[in-house]
Design a protein around this ligand. Sequence first.
Ligand code: FEO
Ligand code: CA
Ligand code: CA
Ligand code: CA
Length: 595
Amino acid sequence: RVMRGKAGPTIGFLPVGVSQKDLVQVPNDYQVQVLYAWGDPISDGPAFKPDASNSAEDQALQAGMHHDGMHFFPFVKDGKPVSDRGLLVLNHEYVDDGLLHPGGMSGWSAAKVAKSQAAHGVSVVEVRKQGNRWEVVRPSKYARRVTAATPIWLSGPVAGSDWVKTAADPKGHLAFGTFNNCAMGVTPWGTYLTCEENFNNYFEGSAKPTNGAGALEKRYGIKKGGSIYRWNEFDARFDLNQHPNEANRFGWVVEIDPWNPMKPPVKRTALGRIKHEGATVTLAKDGRVVVYMGDDERFEYLYKYVSKDRYDPARPGANADLLDRGTLYVARFGEDGKGRWLPLVHGRPGLTSDNGFADQAEVLVKTRLAADAVGATKMDRPEWIAVHPVTGEVYCSLTNNTKRGAADAAATDKANPRTDNVYGHIIRWRDEGGAAGESFGWDIFALAGDPANPDPAKRGNIKGDAFGSPDGLWFDPEGRLWIQTDVSTSVLNQGDYANLGNNQMLCADVETGQIKRFLTGPKGCEITGITRTPDGSTLFINIQHPGENPLERSDPANPTAISAWPANQFGDVTGGRPRSATIAISRKDGKVVGV
Ligand code: FEO
Ligand code: CA
Ligand code: CA
Ligand code: CA
């Protein structure tokens, strides 16, 4: 049973106010430094050029753009994880081509496409604390970039199937690259999971789809003329008219071993093909691996995966396939506060050949269609998922859904209770009998909102500091719930969001429901990615796309039109244009962040 009302872990800082300044702001007794910004070399490679004139080859040895999900893997000394040295692994979700190249997208070329591809993916950098400051270790034998071109194995039921065979990979075992990597997960065996989210925006859809490809492309949002990154103009594999299966090789969870830079990453197809936000891993009582996952789009679903076999800490090599054999489920939230995990297993009602699913590979390639067939609950954009370190209770950000209740869309239900849900909410559930259970009880932790909104339905029920569009969500080991926001730049500081300031990070006591604002970001940024050192003395987060405008593409003639962060705040950072960056936050007295 979960106890409510008693005090949770200490959350002792004095909250900061909302802010529209072009700065990172934290409570007075805290300090911030920039650790790893877009363009910084991962090792002893090429230096960042503030005019964006680095080549694609340079970019492949530098931090990508748009930092997102992240984890700190500590080094181990005398059998104990240390807090002054580790590998920081982080996603580079997407790019702003207006900032990435001199002249932005004018004179669009193969070289610009190659640079855009190299600015996507994942970074592995070695970091260490020297005195009071963190630095990237240069050179480091661990330093690595995974980009949109890196060879990546396919594994699980879809590997080798006709769905993923291409001219470049006739056997369907080796994909090239990963992109739109949003949130993440960490396995008990020490690997990093990076999740492919809005992969549809990279493909030119089929003009004359065959074999039902039209319905599949449509269900995942792939459109003719829909390639907003324009890679297809110089790289034919992103044109589905020429390479119809290429898109089926994206939308997966990708496993990376950060300690072995020579080992190719692996796309784990048993975890389903959706617009994966994250992949939050926990263990069931009997040692089976449980992965919670959201599909971030309006009216999409929540999933979980349960491995067939048990995790064995004594045999690290035996754990490699736990993410290949197991059951994928999708959630149905009942109106009575109870819910069911519905298995997406070929042969079950709705998932047979008669319904268009020939085998498990087809169920997985068409995960969204399989979830439609079993009657899952359409949610308000599931983003990050966090598991309470003691109770095992699971929390998920439902960031917003302004179409909820519209004439042509799904009505409200108890799990998604507001029409025109501009601010989002955080839902939570307790799997019965432990994480592997097939039923759960659920309730809503908080309805976000602005208590000053003239519309009472939009005021929310937050106890404490106001926010909207929760996205990043993470429990620290003491059980503080950290909430990061991603208010779209199209509505930031306007209308319903006029009072809520720039994107922010808050800290919640889930026992009492109290929420305090810990940090506010610079202009046009999202706050995302969160991890810390084992001793809690340093918290790392990402400032994603400072200076973003509603078009998500900057004017190359005036790159600092909205933001000049981080150079405007930190004298030791090169300017020229705004840069996504990992920042390190610590208390001046060295105590645990949040205390
Ligand atoms: Fe990339 Fe759903 O945020
Ligand atoms: Ca997100
Ligand atoms: Ca988001
Ligand atoms: Ca973003």
